[in-house]
Design a protein around this ligand. Structure first.
Ligand SMILES: [Zn+2]
Length: 300
């Protein structure tokens, strides 16, 4: 499998190759500001049931390094979970759950669930909006619907809006959002969350963008001319669609945003490939845990 440039697997394994190394790293990250008991707020501890656990000296609450992190209750070995995170962060074409399941000898569902946990940690912090030149467009993704009895397999379209930044003629960072329709109300959130108000925004001629001129004075509209005026943006859309097709065969509207988070997490860090997988591990160490039911129902 092709891996993006950056920290090599060898270097990653040297750092996180054993269970002990991974647990020690979790200890260092989750208690970097000291220990505070989650039950009684006491700040003193002794060694718990296991070597890296911390046990509150007051109420006896015993906390493992993985609890209250996205590595909570990982059943296939913490060192494998770290390496799976490395695979998801660095594989250029995307690590599908089928591929991960085969590599780590786990059920596809287990790999799928862990992949969703990693995707939670890939969610944008929303602290770094796009600036300079920003191109915005909408596109559709056709997803085959699960076959229902008595009905033929049909294709349902999911609408997505994408914003990509250009700096000195090259592609910069980007974001995308699933939208319900092409109304101004649906188009607006990606602007509010991900685009600086003084950015030079370029959209196609769609009237739904017009009301946004009030808050984005540098917004300009240009006829798309079947995509010819937005060549680089359309290339990004094509890349995203190809990637999506490669990592899963069926994606519901409610799950699509997680794949969007994953794709743009990687795209937006191409210049920071060296630290991408380690930074992702760090995010997972401080992210609150989730369970299968929450992932299925999209409660995050
Ligand atoms: Zn306590």
């Amino acid at each position: 499998m092709k891996v993006a440039k950056g920290i090599t697997r060898k270097a990653f394994k040297e750092k996180f190759g054993t269970k002990e190394q991974c647990l020690n790293y979790l200890v260092q990250k989750k208690w970097s500001f000291g220990f505070i008991c989650r039950r009684c707020k006491n700040d003193r501890f002794s060694v718990g049931k296991k070597a890296q656990n911390r046990r509150c000296t007051k109420c006896g609450y015993d906390e493992s390094p993985t609890s209250n992190t996205l590595f909570h209750k990982v059943k296939f070995g913490i060192e494998n979970a770290f390496e799976m995170t490395f695979d998801i962060a660095t594989s250029k074409k995307g690590a599908s759950s089928i591929w991960l399941a085969e590599k780590y000898g786990v059920k596809q569902n287990t790999a799928w669930f862990f992949r969703h946990k990693v995707q939670l940690a890939m969610k944008s912090s929303e602290n770094f909006p796009l600036e300079n030149e920003v191109y915005v467009d909408e596109f559709e993704i056709g997803t085959p619907q699960k076959r229902e009895q008595g009905r033929s397999k049909s294709e349902k379209k999911i609408q997505v809006i994408i914003a990509v930044e250009y700096r000195n003629g090259t592609v910069g960072r980007g974001y995308a959002k699933v939208i319900d329709d092409y109304s101004c109300k649906s188009l607006k959130p990606i602007f509010e969350v991900h685009i600086k108000q003084d950015a030079k925004v370029m959209t196609d001629g769609w009237s739904g963008y017009k009301p946004l001129l009030k808050n984005y004075p540098n917004l300009k509209q240009r006829l798309s001319n079947k995509g010819e005026n937005f060549t680089m943006l359309h290339l990004q859309i094509r890349n995203f669609k190809n990637w999506l097709r490669g990592v899963h065969s069926y994606c519901s509207k409610t799950n699509l945003y997680k794949y969007i988070d994953e794709y743009f997490y990687r795209l937006n860090r191409l210049k920071f490939r060296d630290s991408m997988s380690c930074k992702l591990i760090d995010r997972m160490c401080v992210h609150q845990p989730t369970n299968y039911k929450s992932v299925i129902h999209n409660v995050t």
